[in-house]
Design a protein around this ligand. Structure first.
Ligand code: TYD
Length: 200
């Protein structure tokens, strides 16, 4: 079982991942919790280049660096975990690239999707939970965390609005569950569990 969490920065993915991970472990499942970018050692270096290195990154280069992180992540961590019967929970996956590099960065959505599908060797998740919130609200929530924004988080509200709109467009695919991120964490968790129950 392969489950990914998506949404723009500030919608509360980590809280939901924590809750689902605990639930699955307590029901006896072996869980591999991971993230993009940075789910592997190589990925951590790529993450640093993408988010914390000084200076600009050309948009196509940005798209390829996320794809490079992902290709290594799928091959060395996600596939082996699934092959040994574990549940994989990933904080972001290729839909992030379609929303952020394709729509928000205004590269071509289909081209970015094609690169990403090649990178993941067409390994699609069984379920993708999209936590949805208007960009301004998500940004306000992030502001309250008090942490220093990374390179992507320094983008304007319009950038995140384009990402959000693209996520909602993609969510027509049956593998998506869209949840209103304004609901309480417990309520969101219960909607996620109802859907997960149908998978296993
Ligand atoms: P994330 O780890 O979710 O951020 P944080 O640790 O601050 O919660 O993601 C890092 C940033 O990278 C986030 O702004 C979204 C962006 N991103 C893309 O633009 N494309 C991608 O393919 C991925 C996976 C992330």
């Amino acid at each position: 079982m392969f489950i990914t969490f998506e949404g723009i920065d500030g919608v509360g993915k980590s809280t939901q991942l924590d809750m689902l991970e605990k639930h699955l472990i307590s029901s006896g499942r072996e869980v591999v919790r991971t993230l993009e970018p940075g789910g592997t050692e190589l990925g951590q270096e790529i993450r640093h280049l993408l988010l914390h290195r000084k200076g600009d990154v050309a948009p196509r280069s940005e798209a390829l660096l996320y794809a490079a992180d992902r290709a290594h992540h799928v091959e060395t961590k996600i596939k082996p975990a699934l092959a040994s019967g574990k549940v994989v929970l990933s904080d972001r996956y290729f839909d992030s690239s379609v929303a952020y590099q394709g729509a928000a960065r205004e590269l071509d959505v289909q081209e970015v999707k094609d690169i990403s599908l090649w990178a993941i060797d067409r390994l699609l998740p069984d379920l993708t939970v999209l936590l949805d919130l208007p960009a301004q609200e998500a940004m306000n929530r992030r502001g309250n965390k008090g942490t220093e924004p990374d390179r992507l988080e320094r983008e304007q509200v319009e950038f995140f609005e384009r990402a959000r709109d693209e996520y909602l467009r993609m969510a027509n695919e049956p593998r998506f569950l869209v949840v209103d991120a304004n609901l309480s964490p417990e309520e969101i968790h219960s909607q996620v569990l109802q859907r997960v129950a149908k998978l296993s």
